[in-house]
Design a binder for this molecule. Structure first.
Ligand code: HEC
Length: 257
């Protein structure tokens, strides 16, 4: 009996060992080392600092809060709820689009969503909510409900050369399987926490990347036509993906593979 339990334990150990060995596949030792170093000194911190300066010159938190119709001290909690419906836009917008609105309100030139300046500014504005829990409310109003439904549709729609949907790679059922050497992440998992961790520094791109851009990179890899930034569909996708990890803390900028 004793003999058997020892061999069972050995088998367990062997299985654990191979599981760990497999884990390593998703990142080489060199990549792992780089990841640890980047966590120590994240190059995107500089971008966020620049974003603060750019945002201060263009709008400032006082004007931004005014445009949104909230008190300045309530900004962190409010920011943690994007994408959300905002009255001045009369639609559901991302944080970056709310910065565009604020620029327009202040009579300033409106930065393009894909511009470096916008990536930096939106990262800075989101970092104001660091430590807050993501609190998107997809039941808040008819607009949000509609976007949540659309987001799920887009997420599950098979498109492109391989007839893949986001769900094909990111559903709970297939998580842990891998694509080439990469682990397929469950977008609803705490560790991934897509909602609270973008904009992030992407090691493989050597730059800070926003969540919508990250989703476009997946579309490109999967041979799907890229849904344009700022479109209803991509905002809806962001609503859907953000809602998956609602409640997870915001930590900007993080480091991703
Ligand atoms: C062919 C498989 C595949 C498809 C299809 C796919 N993805 Fe991905 N996605 C991946 C892999 C693999 C990663 C992680 C890669 C890495 O380790 O950097 C990833 C990462 C992500 C992340 C970042 C997760 C994090 O760490 O925060 C998001 C967000 C994401 N995908 C969204 C989408 C969306 C939205 C779609 C549909 C438009 C989509 N993906 C389609 C394979 C896929």
């Amino acid at each position: 009996m004793r003999q058997r339990s020892i061999s069972a334990a050995l088998i367990c150990l062997a299985l654990l060992g191979s599981a760990n060995g497999e884990e390593k596949l998703s990142m080489s030792d060199a990549d792992r080392k780089m990841y640890a170093e980047l966590l120590e000194s994240n190059p995107a911190e500089m971008d966020v600092a620049e974003g603060e300066q750019l945002f201060g010159e263009l709008i400032g938190t006082t004007e931004y809060a005014k445009m949104l119709g909230v008190k300045e001290k309530e900004l962190p909690k409010y920011i943690a709820g994007f994408p959300r419906y905002i009255e001045p836009a009369k639609k559901v917008v991302t944080l970056a689009q709310s910065v565009q609105m604020a620029a327009a309100y202040a009579g300033k030139p409106v930065p393009k969503l894909e511009s470096k300046e916008m990536v930096k500014m939106s990262a800075y504005v989101k970092s104001l909510a660091n430590g807050q829990k993501t609190n998107i409310d997809v039941e808040a109003n008819a607009h949000m409900k509609e976007m949540m439904t659309l987001g799920q549709q887009v997420f599950e729609e098979r498109r492109g050369g391989r007839g893949l949907s986001c769900n094909n790679c990111h559903s709970k059922e297939i998580v842990g399987r891998r694509l080439r050497m990469q682990q397929l992440p469950d977008l609803g998992a705490k560790e991934t926490a897509a909602a609270g961790t973008w904009p992030a520094y992407r090691m493989t791109k050597s730059q800070m990347v926003t969540l919508d851009k990250r989703m476009q990179q997946c579309m490109k890899n999967a041979l799907m036509a890229e849904i344009p930034l700022g479109s209803r569909e991509i905002v809806a996708l962001e609503v859907y993906v953000t809602n998956k990890t609602k409640g997870n803390p915001i930590n900007i900028p993080s480091v991703k593979r």
